[in-house]
Design a binder for this molecule. Structure first.
Ligand code: ZN
Ligand code: CU
Length: 485
């Protein structure tokens, strides 16, 4: 072998501790990057490098993978992906909750909720799923993205009336679109069964479409029909869809919502365990006791507190408590909420004990569910990953730092089929996040949600540094991650 090639690299991380994303204990090692790949890990003190990065006192980890995002359009609107890359995220999965930007052309009509979480009607401009991926190839973002095709998007494209079950012809039409998406490189199919455009879909309709994704090697990801009183039924439906369609399922943002359901995660996680014995089942979770989505009047009663994140009718109310707004308007909270639609809100619905139990469940991945276009977003958009590492792993000792990293890297890449990512090993892609284990922490709060996290020193995507010392470098090496490519 050529010695000069073997002992030199483009970028060398020296003197750091490597957490490799598998859950293995940290190891003192240097990491060499050549081109877009990791060329060596070990004692590389004698290596020559185009650039050396001092990693003393730092953790060198795989870049974090945000498996639950609504960043479909952020990839264009903020190509630096600042809310995510500032946390050390190097890949995002878009198209969650049944809502994908493609393929749908709205042509001037306002996007019905929850499609408005991604942008306005002009943003829905892709006739084919492949066109969307090609557009990303043409204007690459800073981070990588993998793609789900959403059931609400499909229904709005194929049905004149989404308040009923799809008929045979409509199912065939949607199946063709799923086929095209999978051929273009989609990772799978998603639903959001609490949302108006999706909720009338019966189990059989979902199975028919999930099957098309499954036949192409894809997966099924779901925001379930019910995350409260009927969560057991919803879990059963989800597992049934996975078995009948023959594909892996992921339950999105697992939670037990509403005071009367607090504590039930002990039961739901036991159900995950028994399902896992016979089929592929995964889940993701975000580290907060509040959820966030569009304003839905029925969710107002279940929540202990509601904060408005945006409102088209009353933009000045973004960031304020719904109770205060109702007092000011002299009406009930429900009536006030109805007046603010279209809009978004944060709902305090969960119990801290459940959040911790789900986070500690060994098969739970971390996903932010951040909403990047909200005027006053839920802090999970800017804080999720450093919060798990700093608050839950380091400060509370809920899980080890190595295990926390695994749930945002190796486990996520494995479950979403992101080839050669998520684990630091020779030959893998050089998606790398360097952080300070002593200071990493989320800084975003419900009051000041758009605050970058602390303790992230350097973020690299496909061998290029996209962020250093709290600043973007302007590099845009992100790729559209097509399944099996
Ligand atoms: Zn959701
Ligand atoms: Cu979501």
């Amino acid at each position: 072998m050529n010695e000069t090639l073997e002992n030199s690299c483009d970028i060398l991380f020296t003197g750091g501790e490597v957490i490799d994303g598998t859950g293995a204990e940290r190891l003192r090692a240097d990491v060499a990057v050549t081109g877009d790949r990791i060329s060596a890990i070990g004692d590389l003190g004698a290596w020559r490098a185009g650039q050396k990065i001092d990693a003393n006192g730092r953790i060198v980890a795989p870049g974090f993978i945000d498996v639950h995002t609504h960043d479909d359009n952020l990839l264009f609107r903020d190509a630096d992906m600042t809310p995510k890359t500032s946390q050390g995220v190097t890949s995002v999965v878009v198209g969650n909750c049944g809502v994908s930007l493609a393929p749908l052309v709205l042509g001037g009509a306002p996007p019905p909720p929850p499609m408005d979480l991604l942008g306005n009607s002009a943003d829905y401009r892709f006739e084919r799923f492949g066109d969307y991926l090609d557009a990303l190839d043409a204007t690459p973002p800073a981070a990588n993205a993998a793609f789900l095709i959403g059931h609400s998007t499909l229904r709005l494209g194929a049905m004149s009336d989404v308040t009923r079950a799809a008929n045979g012809g409509e199912i065939d039409a949607m199946a063709k679109v799923v086929e095209e998406a999978m051929r273009s490189g989609a990772t799978g199919f998603s639903t959001g069964l609490i949302y108006a455009p999706n909720k009338a879909a019966p189990t059989d309709e979902i199975v028919a479409l999930a099957q098309v994704a499954g036949d192409a090697g894809g997966m099924y990801v779901t925001h379930m029909r019910d995350e409260g009183a009927d969560i057991d039924k919803s879990l059963d439906e989800t597992f049934e869809i996975g078995r009948r369609a023959g594909l892996a399922v992921v339950v999105s943002h697992h939670k037990c919502a509403g005071r009367e359901n607090h504590g039930r995660s002990a039961e739901t996680l036991a159900r995950f365990d028994s399902a896992r014995a016979g089929q592929k089942v995964g889940l993701d979770v975000y580290p907060y006791t509040a959820g966030s989505t569009v304003i839905m009047v029925d969710m107002v009663d279940a929540a202990e507190r509601v904060v408005i994140t945006w409102s088209e009718a009353r933009p000045e109310f973004a960031g304020r408590d719904l109770a205060d707004i109702a007092a000011e308007l002299g009406c009930s909270a429900r009536d006030a909420a109805a007046q603010l639609i279209p809009g978004g809100a944060i709902y305090f619905l969960m119990d801290e004990g459940d959040v911790r139990r789900i986070l500690a469940y060994p098969h739970a991945m971390v996903g932010s569910d951040g909403l990047p276009h909200d005027a006053h977003p839920h802090p999970r958009l800017w804080g999720t990953f450093p919060r798990v590492l700093g608050h839950y792993a380091r400060d509370l000792g809920l899980i080890s730092l190595e295990d926390a990293v695994r749930r945002m890297t190796g486990l996520s890449a494995e479950q979403f089929g992101l080839k050669d990512r998520g684990v630091l090993r020779q030959g893998g892609f050089a998606d790398i996040t360097m952080f300070d284990p002593a200071t990493i922490i989320d800084s975003a709060t419900f009051e000041q949600p758009m605050t970058p996290a602390a303790g992230i020193d350097m973020v690299m995507v496909n061998g290029e540094i996209i962020r250093q010392e709290g600043r973007v470098t302007g590099a845009r090496p992100g790729r559209a991650l097509r399944r099996n490519v």
